[in-house]
Design a protein around this ligand. Sequence first.
Ligand SMILES: N[C@@H](CCSC[C@H]1O[C@@H](n2cnc3c(=O)[nH]cnc32)[C@H](O)[C@@H]1O)C(=O)O
Ligand SMILES: [Zn+2]
Length: 432
Amino acid sequence: MTTLALTDGFVLTPGFAVEKRDVLVDADAGDIVEVGSDLGADADDTLDASDGLVIPGLVNAHSHAAMTLLRGYADDKPLDAWLREDVWPIEATLRGSDVRAGAELAMVEMIRSGVTAVGDMYFHVGDIVDVVDRSGMRARVGHGVVTVGKDDDDAQADLDESFHVAEKFDGAADGRVRTAVMPHSLTTVDEELLDEAAERSREAGIPLHFHLNETPAEVDPIVDEAGERPSAYADDRGLLRPDTWAAHGVHTDESEIHLLADRGVTVVHCPASNMKLASGMAPVQEMLDAGVNVALGTDGAASNNDLDVFGEMRDAAMVGKLAADDASAVSAESALRMATENGANALGFDSGRIEPGRNADLAVVDLDVPHLTPHHDLVSHLVYAARGSDVRHTVCDGRVLMDDRDVVAFDEGEVRERAQEAASGAVDRAER
Ligand SMILES: N[C@@H](CCSC[C@H]1O[C@@H](n2cnc3c(=O)[nH]cnc32)[C@H](O)[C@@H]1O)C(=O)O
Ligand SMILES: [Zn+2]
């Protein structure tokens, strides 16, 4: 066993107490071995966590990582117009090498801000898997299926591709990559193909991920045509299961909240994206009260516009209070739980809590800065005052991905250059 000790820091316990401890990790197995005192002396390697707080690596449960290429390309528009007029036309020009460049930029950005696991829906998934593998991160990935506007053969082929991708890449990167089948949404995939997605994925034991109730335009047509709320429609298709995680859940009524809770579905709250596209406010505190597993996601960088999950925690807490007209709604503790344990549950990873036997997915936040002083309550600081750039070290699966703000796997300058080139090339092709 090769061991790594994170020494001399404070550690966030599963109960969200903060204790002065070392964390000993099995770098081969990728697990946490022990949380205790004086564990550095016998370890093969050490990572200095002094003046730092060791937290579970954050989980970005809904993203389109390669959309970093479109950051700042089209802003200040609502979802439907933004997708149809700007995003989809330029995405149509993206090649595998572009998606790779965008994913590299995303992984560097996420590692720098202490994210160790991401749920990602996109295309050219093989390229994304390759980048995840090299980055050292953990991911649950899938091919997003859109069937509206396609003939039957093309629609079927897109769904088949999602299954092909899910089967081919599951367990890649020494098991750090897991997969799911990902119909884009209930309104962009035809009913029969949603039925097929549900049935085949259930038989094959593959999880499901889709956008749910992001805007009224994703709700009203279903209510009009099927005569029921979208979550009931999804349930009739067999899409609501404990291994389902759905993004957004903004326009979700009380009956749906109880249905989602009952079926064990995770809802990924994406507060920045929901604010920026003016999609609305998800009933987060109501979902938490009903027992829904609520996680956090950035969504793509083109609707956020960064991949900093500290920002999502703060936004979730702030806007959650505003929407509930209650300053006690979406507490710091619940926002932090969403970004750690709940996110890990959503993606099916044994991470999100610092205790022996769990995945050694960790981040060390530098506390030695003005905006995190004084130390009344470090959970409060993580949610209300910290930002991604406060992360000093990132560890995933027992390996150091960022050491003292130096991302190990990538040359950041080269990554930024490749992303800039890919983005410019895509714009040229889209506007030609
Ligand atoms: N196979 C599909 C791609 C689906 S990937 C997932 C899609 O979700 C899109 N997307 C990004 N953010 C959002 C959002 O907030 N709501 C809905 N879709 C989004 C993203 O641009 C991407 O096209 C195709 O060829 O068009
Ligand atoms: Zn999305």
